[in-house]
Design a binder for this molecule. Structure first.
Ligand SMILES: *Cc1c(COP(=O)(O)O)cnc(C)c1O
Length: 355
């Protein structure tokens, strides 16, 4: 049976990414060697890395005074690498969900952390607003898309201090102005590549301002000096990321994908709002274009397992909500076509008629 994969991460990637990477694992660039078996310093792989960096710059319009790194350790390692490299005395954090909480806990190991605003009291169902960013903090950290709670910051924030953004689950999904950020990072496994590579986009001038010594592997400057090859980078995920970026460029780039993402999300939210069995959990103005969270309406709570089973019988995979929200979450990243979203919508409509 054809599967419709709504997994939150690792998640659906473009078919081209999967196919081209599978080919390169067998025979990379007609070298007769597997991508797994060659030096990361070989000319052929250096070309892959260079092209990936070039497409990052082109698609996101990254200014020249920024560096791009491909590291290991996931977004979770960035929760500590960011304060290690940037927090001298005090940093501000926006607490918009579970990943932000983890980032905050790590930063506390390095200095004073101001939690500027939080939506915890409403189970992170909205993006906190109406806060003032102090001018005396080393940086302000935000999570642009809250993968678990299905909320998203839809526009860039103005700030006089560097903004550090965890964009693990919405990078390349919408237009952003990189020049408004000091640092952007994310794990690749939501919208870009298989797990194993973490991208970091850094404005060079924000580095070198802390007085502590930093172990080499955790030091952005060392990775930049070594062209993201201080140690062996995750070659297969980087190759896969390149395939995704080529696919994205061929579609028309970020503006085009953003348009499609809006269309997909609008269709699904419309159905959630219309269907008497379901309701959305996120504040309407903060609804994520990437992770659509919904639960059964109170009077139909007992149908939750039935809908889960019904969806499974239609080939729908990965819609179980995170335990902290319950219900359902459909992750509709870039690689999910509108037709797949429609399969879920039809299942919701059919299930409504049956009940
Ligand atoms: C998945 C996710 C993370 C954690 O990523 P890892 O690569 O597993 O460390 C962090 N932040 C956000 C917003 C995520 O969606």
């Amino acid at each position: 049976m054809k599967k419709y994969n709504f997994n939150p991460g690792p998640s659906t990637l473009p078919q081209e990414t999967v196919n081209n990477t599978a080919k390169a694992v067998v025979n990379f660039s007609d070298t007769g060697l597997s991508l797994m078996e060659i030096s990361h310093r070989s000319k052929d792989f250096q070309l892959v890395l260079n092209e990936t960096i070039m497409l990052f710059k082109e698609l996101l319009n990254i200014p020249n005074d920024y560096s791009i790194l491909f590291l290991g350790g996931g977004a979770s390692l960035q929760f500590c690498m960011v304060p290690y490299n940037l927090l001298e005395t005090k940093a501000a954090y926006l607490n918009s969900g579970a990943w932000a909480c983890k980032a905050i806990e790590e930063a506390k190991l390095f200095g004073e952390v101001l939690e500027l605003a939080s939506s915890r009291e409403k189970n992170f169902s909205y993006i906190p607003k109406n806060y003032i960013i102090p001018s005396d903090v080393d940086y302000f950290h935000i999570t642009t898309n809250n993968t678990i709670f299905g909320t998203e910051i839809h526009s860039d924030i103005e700030s006089s201090v560097p903004i550090v953004a965890d964009m693990s689950s919405d990078i390349f999904s919408r237009t952003i102005d990189v020049s408004k950020y000091g640092l952007i990072y994310g794990g690749a496994q939501k919208n870009l590549a298989p797990a194993g590579v973490t991208f970091v986009i850094i404005k060079n001038s924000i580095l070198g301002k802390v007085s502590r010594s930093i172990p080499s592997m955790l030091n952005y400057s060392i990775h930049i000096e070594n062209g993201s090859m201080f140690n062996t980078p995750p070659v297969i995920p980087i190759y896969a990321a390149l395939q995704t970026l080529k696919w994205l460029k061929s579609l028309g780039g970020i503006e085009e994908i953003h348009k499609r993402n809006k269309e997909k999300a609008d269709l699904l939210y419309e159905e959630i709002d219309r269907n008497r069995l379901f309701k959305g959990t996120a504040a309407i103005e903060d609804r994520s274009l990437m992770n659509v969270c919904f639960i059964m309406n109170d009077e139909y709570k007992n149908l939750e397992n039935d809908f889960q089973q019904f969806a499974t019988s239609k080939g729908i995979v990965g819609i179980k909500g995170h335990r902290s929200v319950g219900g359902f979450r459909a992750s509709i990243y870039n690689a999910i076509p509108k037709s797949t979203v429609k399969v879920l919508i039809h299942a919701m409509q059919k299930f409504e008629r049956m009940n």
